[in-house]
Design a protein around this ligand. Sequence first.
Ligand code: GRF
Length: 208
Amino acid sequence: MLKTVICVSGGGTNLQAVIDGIARGTINNVQIVRVISNNKKAYALERAAQAGIDAVCVSPRDYEDREQFNEAFLKKVEEADPDLIVLAGFLVVIPPQLIRRYENRIINIHPSLIPSFCGKGYYGLKVHEAALTRGVKVTGATVHFVDEGTDTGPILMQKAVAVESGDTPESLQRRVMEEAEWVILPACLDLIAAGKVTVAKGQAHIAE
Ligand code: GRF
């Protein structure tokens, strides 16, 4: 059983996709051992509670400085002893010591086809605004491993989504979630739990 901690900041629709995938059996051998939010008001916490999953909030606002927050966050992760950490819409910079300790064991979902529209400042609706401003005809989502850069780690899976005329950032965000994010994040978890994913020389590979 692959024990996962899922980190969230907001609505938690990706978390829900994972909860549902486990319930339906499209994600096998995965257990969500804890949900961690930096935001007390995140609806994701409610989703975790409804599914009977242990959920905690660790907010940078409750600590004097980043170092103290990082330590508290690390403690909440380590208590749960996960095999894998999933960043599912988590808007906090991950402590570098956590990234080192969990090398190739942290994944993130990003709502664009990396390396487009990613890196510092590209989160939430801003990603889709930038895609529409640039006029791309195709966008999508990416699941990647997390390294110490922003959206720079090995790419595990991507799925393209067509941009339609008349799209707004909101309509595009919704379609990217429905057609890509909620599909590839569960798929990646199933593959990782099946032992089919390896990372070598900065690239992720999926066994046939
Ligand atoms: C998603 O678009 C995800 O790609 C991004 O943050 C958003 C989170 O949405 N990293 P939700 O909280 O899963 O609904």
